[in-house]
Design a protein around this ligand. Structure first.
Ligand code: GDP
Length: 718
């Protein structure tokens, strides 16, 4: 009844999952289940024995020290397995049915350890499933070497020994491989095992290459009196026959599921050899349990022959060792569980968590912050945003059309200034009502404003504000540590906004169309815009004066700036020569530029003061668009804003506020795969730890339940 090993392999699998999932303190190291550890010198026939047991060639081959890492091999007898296959649980490569592929992967994993390091204690885990193998856990270790080769580090010998020593500790079973053609007294494997197991209680001796010495000599070796083992010695001829056709069987080595079980070929080969030599006839019977009278126990100490006997012995021994270690293992798992449960209580107050619940919670929190934002960013905010954008536009128009005086530069000739068609703003109040020049100026401004693409501008403004706010919410809210979901939400945001962009812009544009032809102004509107325009000019003046102050400081004071300005003005009038600036007056080119800027700023300030006065004047108190373009343009900007906002609010803002939460539900709430949700939750370090500890606890509970079941089963069995 070999059920125990199978169950224990399952339990070991659970414990390994905990060790693999765990990061840092939550990983598990203490509970250890017994395995069979295979040690032997290089070329002693270690690989051949393991492959005979598995029935396939799958181990790395070659002279270049190809086993550099421990290979933890779990054999799982699976009667239903359609094909035999291997799995590297850590690599997630899936089921590999081609054993030559397993061999290549193992070779790559081993050769990844650089020559300078030569060995590593980091194990490779490989599970093999087949109906033809027993349940076993075997650990293959790098072969002992006698002398390091020229290109290997001197310390290699000690490094390999140290690695093997770590694995041959109790409760593991040692499979010590020695070749018959090498004196057993020199067997490194037996010497190592004797050090840790002097009474020979947990060592199985395997003598390979029995065919290379005389049968009589081979039998003597199996009786090794120097180091008697309670589980005895097994003699094998495990060489894989080199001929492709053996005993009439054609087998293709390492060609996956097609290949013949090389274990069977070796066994047949061995049987041929042993049965041809009558000296072995007595020993051949030893390992056969089915020859014993009912209830009698096999004497494990007696030597046996052949890989099949070896395989059976391994199964029996592992099963017995597992049974012996059952209670201590159970206790260790229990203790680990108690500690984990305690930690879970203290740190998380036993609060359960799932990746899904974390996602739902994060989504709710995000939706809440979105709702708060939506409450704060409505029609009024859009209005003031758009209005200040248009205010700026109006100020630019005014500067272009009204406040411009030709800037004094070296290239302006006096004639140019004189011929300028530009009329000074100071002329405006004196102009007659039907002065075409001023009429055209105002028309040009209004048309510029109404045809400036308010539809596009305002839609872009609101779209940008919304996506900017989304960006802010994503970077500060519950998704800040989750780049993938952030991208999903950003995509949803962009899609919604983009899909509405053109229609919104068009609608706005259509609705403001009437203002392109006719603008009527009510008194109420006029007086409100009068105040607003005044405030705008006041602010413009403040900025102008501030800039002038900064300029003064930059040249070393107001006096200096005034001197430079005077020079620049005189040079324009031709009273001084610009060429003399540096040599005669000591004014650099940069200084002259500042002087020009100073003149510009003070003229601009003068105009602003003048216009502020005009705005205050009686003439501007009631509708007089001709004298007070600043007020009139503000009325227009205001009307454009009001109209645009009406549509922006309905077409873009409300629509976005309605659709985004629904998209969040669709794309984040229901749209992620379980793997994506798991990944999502673990992106957050705190949540990952919580989940890991909880999983560890659950797995330990599962392991405890299983092992307790096994113990109960053992008791009933007895
Ligand atoms: P490892 O380095 O310990 O893994 O040894 P291998 O299993 O690779 O075997 C080394 C060499 O010994 C190979 O050429 C095998 O074919 C050969 N060999 C292994 N077992 C036997 C055996 O029982 N009899 C004979 N004659 N050769 C064997």
């Amino acid at each position: 009844m070999m059920l125990l090993t199978k169950k224990m392999i399952e339990i070991r699998g659970i414990l390994q999952e905990i060790a693999n999932n765990g990061s840092g303190s939550s990983s598990l190291t203490r509970v250890q289940l017994p395995s069979i550890v295979v040690i032997g010198s290089q070329s002693s026939g270690k690989s051949s024995v393991l492959e005979a047991i598995v029935g396939h060639e799958f181990l790395p081959k070659g002279n270049n020290m190809v086993t550099r890492r421990p290979i933890e091999l779990t054999l799982v007898n699976s009667p239903d397995a359609a094909a035999e296959y291997g799995e590297f649980p850590a690599l997630k490569l899936g089921k590999i049915t081609d054993f030559s592929q397993i061999q290549r992967t193992l070779t790559d994993l081993n050769l990844a350890i650089p020559d300078s390091e030569a060995v590593s204690s980091d194990p490779i885990r490989l599970n093999i499933y087949s109906p033809h193998i027993p349940d076993l856990t075997l650990i293959d270790l790098p072969g002992y070497i006698q002398l390091a080769a020229a290109d290997q580090p001197e310390s290699l010998k000690t490094k390999i020994s140290a690695l093997c020593d770590k694995y041959i500790e109790a409760p593991n079973i040692i499979l010590a491989i020695s070749a018959a053609d090498v004196d057993l007294a020199n067997s490194t494997a037996l010497r190592a095992s004797r050090r840790v197991d002097p009474r020979g209680e947990r060592t199985i001796g395997v003598v390979t290459k029995m065919d290379l010495v005389e049968p009589q000599r081979a039998l003597e070796i199996l009786q090794n009196k120097n180091y008697p083992l309670q589980m005895g010695y097994v003699g094998v001829v495990s060489r894989i026959p080199s001929s492709r056709a053996s005993n009439g069987l054609l087998f293709r080595l390492g060609s996956g599921s097609e290949s013949t079980d090389i274990g069977a070929v070796i066994a047949r080969n061995e049987e041929n050899y042993f049965s041809h030599h009558p000296e072995f006839s007595q020993v051949l019977e030893n390992g056969k349990a089915d020859l014993l009278p009912a209830g009698a126990r096999l004497n494990e100490q007696r030597p046996t022959l052949g890989v099949i006997n070896l395989r059976n012995k391994l199964m029996r021994t592992l099963e017995k060792t597992m049974a012996k270690n059952l209670q201590p293992t159970c206790d260790a798992i229990h203790q680990e569980l108690e500690e984990t449960a305690y930690q879970f209580k203290v740190e998380y107050n036993d609060r359960p968590i799932t990746a899904e619940s974390y996602l739902a919670q994060s989504l709710d929190a995000f939706k809440l912050s979105f709702k708060e934002f939506a409450g704060k960013f409505g029609r009024e905010q859009v209005k003031s945003m758009l209005k200040s954008e248009l205010d700026q536009y109006v100020l630019d128009l005014l500067a272009q059309r009204y406040w411009n005086h030709l800037e004094p530069t070296n290239s302006n000739s006096q004639a140019e200034v004189a011929n300028a068609i530009v009329r000074a703003i100071s002329d405006l109040p004196n102009a007659s009502r039907d002065d075409v020049y001023w009429l055209r100026q105002l028309d040009a401004c209004v048309s510029s404003l109404t045809k400036s693409g308010v539809g596009r501008t305002s839609t872009t403004l609101v779209s940008n504000a919304l996506s900017g706010e989304m960006e802010h919410l994503l970077n500060s809210g519950s998704f800040k540590t989750h780049p993938f979901v952030k991208t999903v939400i950003q995509d949803a945001t962009n899609e919604i906004l983009n899909s509405r962009f053109y229609s919104t812009a068009d609608q706005v544009e259509n609705c403001i169309k009437p203002y392109k032809y006719e603008v009527e102004v009510e008194d109420r509107e006029w007086s409100r815009s009068r105040e607003h325009a005044f405030a705008l000019l006041k602010e413009e003046l403040r900025q102008c004066e501030h800039a002038y102050g900064v300029l003064q400081k930059s040249v070393g004071g107001g006096k200096k700036l005034a001197q430079v300005e005077t020079f620049v003005e005189k040079s324009i009038k031709g009273q001084v020569k610009v060429e003399d600036a540096n040599e005669v007056y000591g004014f650099s080119q940069a200084l002259l530029d500042r002087g020009r800027e100073g003149i510009f700023l003070s003229k601009r300030a003068d105009i602003l003061r003048l216009r502020m006065q005009a705005l205050k004047s009686k003439q501007c108190r009631s509708e007089n668009r001709f004298y007070c373009p600043e007020i009139f343009l503000d009325v227009v900007a205001d009307k454009l804003t009001q109209t645009a906002v009406l549509f922006l609010n309905v077409e873009l803002l409300s629509d976005f506020y309605y659709h985004l939460p629904r998209e969040l539900d669709v794309r984040v709430g229901h749209g992620l795969s379980s793997a994506q949700i798991e990944h999502f939750a673990r992106e957050d370090a705190k949540v990952r730890r919580h989940l890991e500890l909880q999983e560890k606890k659950q797995k330990l509970e599962m392991a405890t339940e299983k092992i307790e079941g096994v113990i109960a089963m053992q008791k009933t069995h007895r």
